[in-house]
Design a protein around this ligand. Sequence first.
Ligand SMILES: Cc1cc2nc3c(=O)[nH]c(=O)nc-3n(C[C@H](O)[C@H](O)[C@H](O)COP(=O)(O)OP(=O)(O)OC[C@H]3O[C@@H](n4cnc5c(N)ncnc54)[C@H](O)[C@@H]3O)c2cc1C
Length: 260
Amino acid sequence: MENYPGFSKIEGFKLSQKFEEHLKALDVPLKVGVEVIKIVKDNNIFKVNTSQNTYFSKSVIYGAGWSFVKLGIDGEDKFLGRGVSYCAVCDAPFYKGKIVAVIGRGEIAVEEALYLTRFASKVYLFLLNKKMKLPPHLEKELENTKNLEIILGANVEKIEGKLFVEKLIYTKDKEKKELKVDGVFIFAGLKPNIEPVKELVETTKAGFIITDENMQTKTPLLFAVGDIRQKVLRQIVTACSDGAIAAQAAYKFLRQMKSS
Ligand SMILES: Cc1cc2nc3c(=O)[nH]c(=O)nc-3n(C[C@H](O)[C@H](O)[C@H](O)COP(=O)(O)OP(=O)(O)OC[C@H]3O[C@@H](n4cnc5c(N)ncnc54)[C@H](O)[C@@H]3O)c2cc1C
């Protein structure tokens, strides 16, 4: 992780451990490994249903981030972490000198495939778009990249291997084909994790939660912070900033309610 003040570079896991230590020092109870299933508001009280307990609260600060969209290809889940990845920046160095396939849509898939060509000996890009107009700089970069091959109009059916990914099975022009690969990178988009609060918030078309400048959603005292919000820059420093603003606003609004 970079760009977080005080740490020129730190592993994400180590930074999260530091956050945890900080919370413990402030006596904030942590519930690890608990999934929030649904949040409802009834009589000015939020009911937070989780995989373990139900919690009641006057205010909720929600920061569930986003997940990568899965394509549902046979083998996608089975080989996750064993050849299937959703993050080129995280995993590209493992594929130095190897053959990888990128399956995805949009400019993001092209960008990620180009990034992978710096590590892999060969990158096959299965573009799922029926039609796509690329900006000139990407067109030019594609032209100049010799170890990238684009495969259009294919239907990827299966990722196969023993312990790790070994090949892709796909059909193109009604013909079944096999491609030997060491890794498969999937870039089909992002999905904000709004399921538990979706009835309580307003979102953009892409599903990111719209808040006011206090981070408050359309439901009073429900705040949304971090990557799940509609915002211009998704970084740790801006997520922390959102959290600080929301915590301060929740405190202020609850005090106002108490004294009115
Ligand atoms: C590959 C990559 C590299 C990055 N590098 C940098 C960098 O160098 N510097 C930087 O500043 N930023 C970086 N970022 C961005 C940064 O990681 C995010 O902006 C930041 O983590 C957002 O924090 P968040 O708390 O909003 O979301 P997240 O960090 O995504 O945390 C959300 C948490 O909520 C959990 N969750 C989701 N749904 C539920 C549920 N129903 N119940 C319970 N828990 C749930 C998730 O499991 C997750 O732990 C990077 C992002 C990526 C993908």
